[in-house]
Design a protein around this ligand. Structure first.
Ligand code: MN
Length: 384
């Protein structure tokens, strides 16, 4: 039998490179049909030369000559520009799409792939945060074609195997707490970019590392879980678990709980999403019980992490609010990374955007794109 064809969008990012690291060893699992990058053409060329996909996609159009110079084979198609991803998701020849794009930019690829009843391994949590209402109404979603890569949601999915949705009492979603879990409110005022980029447990891209430090990441994940498992937001409880070993817990209506454990290594949930519902042997790191192992839990302090409260409120309000929250957060984080704003300005920008931007349109992909653009423009004008 032919190997299933895997397309990796965002192959030069943290999730993409770890997926390719797995597939380098487990080379009998997939044929790599496509790889894509935003800017990093040198790494994309190296990956393409190694895996020889038919299609390579580079968003940055100015690097085409330098990129093609580095290729040592002729792909069937080389696509440049921002529309390349959408077009590929919509027309490309693949069986499974690993969507590891960052931000709302990943939504349309998820949408096109599901419309075509393809399988999607979703690392782009923003797809569901912004467009959960649209995506979860597609028949491909109802048929189980959307598989989360996020470690917490992978844990939830694994705990729910053999269970009924109606028996879920609540989901306890764990959070490392990031680098500032023990900071006072006063200390939070003086956080620098370097402090925020230094995550204690996980090695991730810059956007998600900042999101993790503000706990917006957990907020986005609560919205992601709400759509994936069809639960009201108040049945999804965040808890600080500094060791990042228990990736989430499902508490059932009879008081029994199931948790999923593993070392804080994204390769485990990446492999699971790619091979779901099967398990494939792979030499991932495992937990070492020959040494003392503590598992701690602490309540979340919403007062010190206002981004998390904003996300929960946006999720409860529904409509376009999560899309506005997400767009404002993307801009706020981008501007913090460029040192244009202070750390404590991030929630301020998000809150102002949520108050100022409104829409009573029907939620469609086009309406989401409009509100996303509007919010970005607005969030860029704040605190200038
Ligand atoms: Mn996560």
């Amino acid at each position: 039998m032919d190997k299933p064809k895997l397309a990796i969008l965002g192959s030069t990012g943290s999730i993409g490179t770890q997926a390719l690291e797995i597939l380098e060893k487990a080379d009998d699992l997939f044929h790599i049909a496509a790889l894509s990058a935003n800017n990093n053409y040198t790494l994309l060329a190296k990956q393409a030369n190694r895996f020889r996909p038919e299609t390579v996609i580079l968003a940055n159009t100015t690097k085409s000559a330098a990129f093609e110079e580095m290729l040592d084979y002729r792909p069937e198609s080389i696509i440049y520009g921002n529309n390349g991803l959408d077009n590929y998701a919509n027309e490309g020849d693949y069986d499974l799409l690993l969507n590891s794009l960052v931000g709302f930019a990943g939504f349309m690829s998820t949408y096109h792939a599901l419309i075509r009843s393809k399988k999607v391994a979703l690392a782009n949590k923003e797809s569901l945060v912004v467009g959960g209402e649209i995506l979860t109404n597609l028949s491909a979603f109802k048929n189980g074609n959307l598989i989360p890569v996020d470690s917490e949601h992978s844990a939830m999915l694994q705990c729910l195997i053999g269970e009924n949705q109606k028996d879920i009492g609540k989901i306890v979603i764990t959070a490392s707490g990031g680098p500032f879990k023990n900071y006072t409110k006063e200390e939070m005022q003086h956080v620098t970019l370097e402090d925020a980029l230094n995550h204690p447990n996980w090695d991730m891209g810059a956007k998600i590392t900042i999101d993790s430090s503000t706990m917006m990441n957990k907020g986005l994940e609560i919205i992601e879980a709400k759509w994936l498992f069809n639960l009201p937001v108040d049945k999804i409880e965040p808890v600080i678990h500094p060791q990042s070993i228990i990736h989430s817990i499902i508490e059932f209506v009879d008081g029994s709980s199931k948790a999923q454990l593993g070392p804080p290594d994204m390769k485990v949930p990446i492999l699971y999403a790619l091979t779901y519902p099967n398990r494939v042997a792979y030499p991932n790191r495992t937990l070492d019980y020959s040494e003392r192992l503590n598992l701690e839990f602490m309540p979340v302090d919403f007062d010190r992490f206002p981004c998390l409260q904003l996300a929960i409120d946006a999720a409860k309000a529904g409509g376009f609010k999560p899309a506005i929250l997400n767009a404002a957060n993307e801009i706020a984080v981008e501007r913090f990374l460029k040192r244009e704003i202070r750390y404590i300005d991030i929630p301020k920008i998000i809150e102002s955007s949520l108050i100022s931007i409104e829409s009573n349109k029907e939620i469609t992909p086009l309406a989401l794109q409009t509100i996303d653009r509007e919010t970005r423009a607005f969030a860029n004008t704040l605190l200038n």
